[in-house]
Design a protein. Sequence first.
Length: 108
Amino acid sequence: MRDLRLGVFDVLIGINLLREGLDIPECALVGILDADKEGFLRSETSLIQTIGRAARNIDSKVILYADKETKSIKKAIQETDRRRAIQLAYNKNIRLMQRLLKKKLVMC
């Protein structure tokens, strides 16, 4: 993780570990393979959590690789759009300019 944030690596591949709880502002792209395979790891909640890994970077993108749009995919996209609209309206209301979050790197 440290080397990713330092730019040593530019790709991090994870299975379930990266779904929630990690805040990596440098993350610019999240790809979700087999997004249409309904189940625990591809539920609406899981998709939203995984999509959220890219939420701290203003230039980030999320790609859902799927053969068909499932209910979970549709709901996750709708929820992401809903949250984005709220955030953009709030930012406009308080005249907040979006910028890249710079998170301090702690050396161990």
